[in-house]
Design a protein around this ligand. Structure first.
Ligand SMILES: O=C[C@H](O)COP(=O)(O)O
Length: 250
């Protein structure tokens, strides 16, 4: 039985004042019937981890370098994220793939670095609007998963997030059939590559304009084990509505 996960990605949003939202969220969801994760900007990670200590909320990074230490100005290693209290790291988000030209090979190396540091890697995949229109969605997903995920994936070290690029921050959401088609396909790929036990235990998240109003129907889709939420994770009231919908789906 896969444990559901509600993951919030604050992206480049959030100052110290935002920690009040985290305290409210922790008070609203004191029990951990699902996993709750917040990934703040690196500047807030240490303080958010301290704020969440003893609560049901875990913290994570939004990216890591593939090396452990060294002359990499401006970068953060997986070990540093763990040192700041993180248990997870988001890797290969489409904004990183676009803004920083991250290739599948780089995401692959970063995932290995995350595992070496004891972090759970949330590897993101997803097609652009043009790729969906050209009916290439499943090919893109297969290529990104094969190129970005190293050998050795199991349920406790990997989460895969399906995020159609055209649905991120746009208010557009694929149909439930489209989400189900991709999630079922990802499950099949994981089982084929890693075997039945590991393949069935890796959690699959949907991400892209998830809100309290559409969360329940998305969480009913087969092989959707939770969500990777951007904008709606910034305010406790919004993210709480999504967590409540996920708890109800268990
Ligand atoms: O990492 C989160 C996703 O990019 C989704 O962002 P969004 O919920 O603002 O569409």
């Amino acid at each position: 039985m896969r444990r559901k996960l509600a993951a919030g990605n604050w992206k480049m949003n959030g100052l110290a004042a935002g920690l009040a939202e985290v305290q409210t969220l922790a008070q609203t969801h004191p029990n951990d019937t699902v996993d709750i994760l917040l990934c703040p900007p690196a500047t807030l990670l240490d303080r958010m981890s301290a704020t969440c200590a003893g609560s049901a909320i875990k913290t994570g990074g939004q990216d890591c370098h593939m090396a452990t230490t060294g002359a990499h100005t401006g970068d953060t290693s997986a070990q540093m994220l763990a040192d700041a209290g993180a248990g997870y790291v988001i890797l290969g988000h489409s904004e990183r793939r676009t803004d920083h030209a991250e290739s599948d090979g780089m995401v692959h190396s970063k995932t290995k670095a995350a595992w070496d540091a004891g972090l759970v890697a949330i590897v993101c995949v997803g097609e652009t609007e043009a790729e969906r229109t050209a009916d290439k969605t499943l090919d893109i997903i297969a290529g990104q998963m094969s190129g970005s995920i190293p050998n050795g994936a199991i349920g406790v070290n990997l989460v895969v997030a399906y995020e159609p690029v055209w649905a991120i921050g746009t208010g557009l959401v694929p149909t439930l059939d489209q989400i189900g088609e991709v999630h079922d396909f990802m499950r099949t790929l994981l089982i084929r590559r890693f075997g039945e036990d590991a393949g069935q235990s890796i959690r699959l998240l949907y991400g892209g304009s998830v809100k309290p109003a559409n969360a329940t129907e998305i969480f009913d889709v087969s092989n959707v084990d939770g969500a990777l939420v951007g904008g709606a994770s910034l305010k406790a009231a919004d993210f709480s509505g999504i967590i409540t919908a996920l708890e109800a789906s268990v």
